[in-house]
Design a protein. Structure first.
Length: 65
């Protein structure tokens, strides 16, 4: 696994670790309980990070056929 591909693993771990560490309703994130808000924020961030990994990966720079 290439070093830049580890960027895809970190958000997944943080997405699952946040609600376990801070399992309380308050603070509210956009009106949602903290665990749901935390996961929702990380889903958006994960999509952005996966786009960055896709752009950096040299395997995606081949000839377009």
């Amino acid at each position: 696994m290439k070093p830049f591909q580890w960027l895809a693993v970190v958000p997944c771990i943080l997405m699952l670790a946040g609600p376990v560490v801070h399992n309380h309703v308050h603070p509210l994130i956009l009106g949602m309980p903290f665990p749901l808000g935390w996961i929702s924020v990380w889903i958006v961030l994960l999509a952005i990070i996966m786009g960055i990994v896709y752009a950096i990966d040299p395997a995606n720079r081949g000839d377009a056929r």
